[in-house]
Design a protein around this ligand. Structure first.
Ligand code: HEM
Length: 400
């Protein structure tokens, strides 16, 4: 098995699934070069991926920020403020931080949010003209989850549009270092100012609750709070945006798929699991660091090395999913890794699934005749190690 760094398979212009398929077959655990000048070990098979994601020897508490050093590229102060969240910590800190926000994301609390998420979706669709080409990503897939997570947290509506730009730049981080520091700085400053305002004038929202929370007798530290808000804002929208946009791309690229959703929206929960598997929004886990030598799939990863698990690849592994490169709308559900695995399994999974159901169902009701405005192979994927997302999704809405 090779240990020579290969170039990064997430660069623009490559057919991601083809490259990952080749790696799964020939080099299932491989060291790849990163634009930061470092290397990371990429894990591509389902079984190895699942094991790696729950291996406590692969730490989230070391080398945070996905290999991009907040300290060197921004400042030490910003590093402290952004790397104290649950996805950058191991137990016991991880357990304590996750417990503090688990309540609002629990399935029952999330289910109660359906009516107001439906209202958000309907309002956005009211603004879409039936007879002109639109970018569905910009008009619907992005603003829906932004409005949901911002309202949950208590971010004022007028500030919400600024987030999309910052978050897009932040998530492109390891592949595009140019815009990254400025976006990180803008986001930290904004979160700190917002926390100051909420401290003065608490509202009925998660941010105010977090400010008031006592963690075993102690308030969260300022850095932990800023980090938590940073994580929730980032994790809470770009991912769901791409569930909706990637999902619509897949559904519209063969019209009979969309016809099926329009005719039987009650099948959406199962269809969404297949869309998550087939073209999930998160193509790789965030980075982990080996605290000691760890063997994965026959390859020994040295202590101190970075490990990235390709969720997109694991979810197309033929050893787990029969005929993995075919989208099967009524595929019997076999759990996949789109939301990760182990202690860092996505906290927002119930919310993301609900947002997906509401988003697709509302579109099917209002725009049953929707079509892609360009052939699918003309659409461009954004280069990112983490995220699987398009630059734009031009469609012809078609009206009801
Ligand atoms: C963690 C995927 C939506 C909040 C994760 C992880 C994945 C993931 C793969 C684990 C990363 C790792 O282990 O490195 C997704 C997908 C989504 C989605 C595919 C949409 C379809 C959301 C939403 C929220 C959210 C709506 C709400 C705020 C989180 C949080 C974590 C996380 C807080 C960290 C959990 C921990 O460290 O214990 N997500 N996510 N996600 N996600 Fe999501």
């Amino acid at each position: 098995m090779t240990t020579v760094p290969v170039s990064n398979p997430f660069v623009a212009g490559w057919d991601l699934h083809e490259v990952l398929g080749t790696l799964r077959r020939d080099s299932p655990v491989i060291e790849m070069a990163m634009p930061t000048g470092r290397t990371a070990w990429l894990v591509t098979r389902y079984e190895d991926a699942q094991r790696a994601l729950s291996d406590p020897r692969l730490s989230k508490g070391i080398s945070p920020a996905g290999g991009v050093e907040y300290r060197t590229l921004v400042s030490e102060d910003v590093e402290r403020a952004l790397t104290r969240h649950m996805l950058a910590t191991d137990p016991p800190d991880h357990t304590r931080l996750r417990r503090l926000v688990a309540g609002p994301f629990a399935p029952r609390r999330v289910a109660a949010m359906r009516p107001w998420i439906e209202r958000i979706a309907e309002r956005l669709l009211d603004d879409i003209p039936g007879d002109a080409e639109i970018d569905l990503l910009d008009a619907y897939a992005a603003p829906l989850p932004i409005q949901v997570i911002c309202e949950m947290l208590g971010v004022p509506p007028e500030d919400q549009s600024a987030f999309r730009g910052w978050v897009t730049a932040i998530l492109a981080g390891p592949m595009n270092l140019a815009d990254w520091p400025a976006a990180v700085r803008a986001m930290v400053t904004y979160i700190r100012d917002l926390l100051a305002v909420k401290r003065e004038r608490p509202g009925d929202d998660m941010l105010s609750d977090l400010l008031a929370v006592r963690d075993e007798g102690d308030r969260l530290s300022d850095d932990e709070l800023t980090s938590m808000v940073y994580l929730l804002l980032i994790a809470g929208h770009e991912t769901t945006t791409n569930l909706i946009a990637n999902g619509m791309l897949v559904l519209l690229s063969e019209p009979e798929r969309w016809t099926r959703v329009v005719a039987a929206p009650e099948l959406l929960p199962g269809i969404i699991e297949e869309l998550l598997r087939y073209e999930g929004p998160v193509q790789s886990s965030t980075f982990r660091t080996a605290v000691e030598p760890v063997e994965i799939g026959g390859q020994v990863i040295p202590a101190g090395a970075t490990v990235v698990v390709s969720l997109s690849s694991a979810n197309r592994d033929g050893a787990r999913f029969p005929d993995p490169d075919r989208l099967v709308l009524d595929r019997p559900v076999i759990p996949n890794l789109a939301f990760g695995h182990g202690i860092h399994y996505c906290l927002g999974a119930p919310l993301a699934r609900l947002e997906g159901q509401v988003a697709f169902a509302a579109l099917a009701r209002r725009f049953p005749g929707m079509r892609l405005a360009v052939p699918p192979d003309q659409l461009v994927w954004r280069p990112s190690v983490l995220i699987r997302g398009l630059h734009a999704l031009p469609v012809l809405p078609g009206g009801a």
